[in-house]
Design a protein. Structure first.
Ligand code: ZN
Length: 536
């Protein structure tokens, strides 16, 4: 709904809308990983939802996901047919756009459907460059008609333009990708600013693939500011009302250090700087630990060791309408979490959806949902996966395949290996010296990192076996699968990983703490336990 109100989480992790114009961005890391995507969209509640990394080609897009009753959707796909990147904007019928464009530069827009603001971008880039920038399915732009009250200073502004964007991630080893990323940021800078200057309210939202300030990064490295994405954001954003003057000075100083030789400027056009605002920082000031993306392979969500790279960036005159902006780290399902913003704005829905709406795709024609299909769809249950842990830093998620549950405690009180053998001496008809030697051998072979309890437990299990077998069985016994070691810091079962880095150890397996990477001073974060799985 577009009436006045507020959006907040309902404690269950999904988003409850109580009115206002609510807008959401979420990098979903693959649409097909969601069991019932239409129900997810409905549960997210927002009036306009901008997804990135749908990872579908047009022929892979399931009709029930594309055409959801009550919404229209607008997709872009990679032009080379691979299921990579891809963004999609879903709009409730109460906010139907008056125009929608595939791509960032206008190169792909159909005659009569243009949104405008392309004059300068056409000066800066060649047609070949524009084509290349829009070949990877990284942007959808929608234009919505606004109902601005007569008494507002911006009553002449008729439209809201949403630029749903998935900015490229640069492979540091590939010079061509770094250049592509830089050009993409320049194109975004030019288009968003031109659209605002032409008299529109503009929102740029999505996965920007750069965290702006040190505050937005769990581990701001040396030369943090010497990064094309950061220089773009420094140029694009105005942080006057968002941070302490000290941090601002620091940021400006850092920027100017690098901008002398390698500043942010376009080759052929001049773009005004600092015209947009980071909605999250307007509302939350310098709140720290506010991240939207985590390395889930390294279990970093459990320790909230992440980055804030998903943004809702609003043009200057939009500030007066911003009511709320938040990060929803409790909504799972991707390595990113959704970000929402709520505005005191009303949209007048378009009479009919723009021609690029998925509902007009010829492949979906004649197979439109009838009432029966609609009822069938809405009766299927699906919820947004939610992290039930309220404080993400408290405990690692156990659901991850890389995070096995903590080792079960032995029912018996911890027993020293020597005690064990002393007490069992009479019961077990074996040569204690043999066992002792064998145990020492394990401990030695395991590089002294197997915990005592662990060895004790293994030995106990194996002793019962031994009762049935003769001494000759010992040789075989110690070839049984090795136990998963416990990490030194938490006494929890380790995970086995492989060395991926090129070198003499590539492919070699090792054990390390199963917990997520985190700050050095975080006791809940991964400890530095390390052990080769096989000693060479
Ligand atoms: Zn540990």
């Amino acid at each position: 709904m577009c009436d006045d109100g507020k959006m907040e989480t309902n404690g269950g992790g999904s988003v409850t809308e109580i009115g206002g114009l609510s807008i959401m961005t979420w990098n979903i890391n693959g649409l097909r990983s969601f069991q019932n995507f239409p129900e997810i969209v409905r549960n997210l509640k927002a009036d306009i939802i901008c997804f990135q990394e749908t990872k579908v080609t047009r022929d892979m897009l399931p009709e029930p996901s594309a055409i959801i009753p009550g919404y229209t959707s607008y997709y872009t796909f990679t032009r080379n047919g691979t299921a990579y990147s891809g963004v999609a904007t879903y709009v409730k019928n109460s906010c139907t756009p008056v125009a929608a464009e595939d791509g960032l530069t206008g190169y792909l827009s159909k005659p009569g459907c243009e949104i405008g603001g392309t004059r300068l971008i056409n000066q800066e880039f060649t047609q070949e460059e524009l084509k290349s920038l829009d070949s990877e399915g990284r942007c959808v732009i929608t234009k919505h008609k606004l109902n601005i009250e007569e008494n507002k200073q911006d009553k002449k502004i008729q439209h809201l333009i949403l630029i749903n964007v998935y900015c490229p991630r640069a492979d540091p080893e590939r010079e061509d990708r770094k250049e592509f990323k830089l050009k993409f940021y320049k194109a975004l800078d030019i288009r968003a600013n031109t659209l605002a200057e032409e008299g529109n309210h503009v929102i740029v939202l999505g996965d920007v693939n750069t965290s702006h300030r040190e505050l937005d990064h769990c581990d701001p490295y040396d030369e943090f500011h010497d990064h094309p994405g950061r220089r773009f954001l420094d140029h694009f954003l105005n942080i006057d009302n968002e941070s302490s003057s000290q941090e601002r000075k620091h940021s400006v100083q850092k920027s100017s250090e690098t901008s002398i030789s390698d500043g942010w400027q376009c080759e052929r056009v001049n773009i005004k700087e600092n015209q947009f605002h980071d909605a999250f920082r307007i509302i939350h000031g310098s709140r720290s630990q506010a991240f939207t993306c985590w390395n889930t392979k390294m279990n970093c969500r459990s320790t909230n060791y992440g980055t804030r790279i998903d943004y809702i960036l609003i043009s200057h005159l939009m500030k007066q309408y911003l009511k709320d902006c938040d990060i929803h780290a409790d909504i799972l399902g991707s390595d990113h979490c959704p970000v929402t913003a709520n505005f005191n704005l009303k949209i007048i829905p378009g009479q009919k959806p723009p021609p690029s709406a998925t509902k007009f795709y010829p492949e979906f024609q004649g197979r439109q949902l009838n009432l029966k299909d609609m009822l069938a769809t809405s009766s299927q249950k699906a919820t947004v996966p939610v992290n039930t842990t309220t404080n993400a830093t408290k405990r690692p998620l156990q659901s991850s395949t890389l995070a096995p549950p903590a080792a079960k405690k032995s029912k018996q009180a911890p027993t020293k290996i020597t005690n064990f053998f002393t007490s069992k001496k009479q019961d077990v008809n074996i040569n204690v010296e043999v066992v002792k030697t064998a145990t020492e051998e394990i401990v030695h072979n395991e590089n002294n990192s197997v915990q005592e309890n662990d060895v004790t437990q293994t030995i106990m299990e194996e002793v019962s076996l031994v009762r049935k077998e003769n001494k000759a069985a010992w040789g075989k016994l110690f070839k049984a699968p090795k136990p998963v070691p416990l990490c030194a810091g938490h006494q929890e079962e380790c995970v086995k990983r492989k060395v991926t880095k090129k070198g003499p150890n590539q492919g070699r397996e090792f054990y390390c703490c199963a917990r997520g990477e985190g700050r050095a001073d975080d006791p809940n974060a991964r400890c530095n336990f390390f052990k080769w799985a096989v000693i060479r």
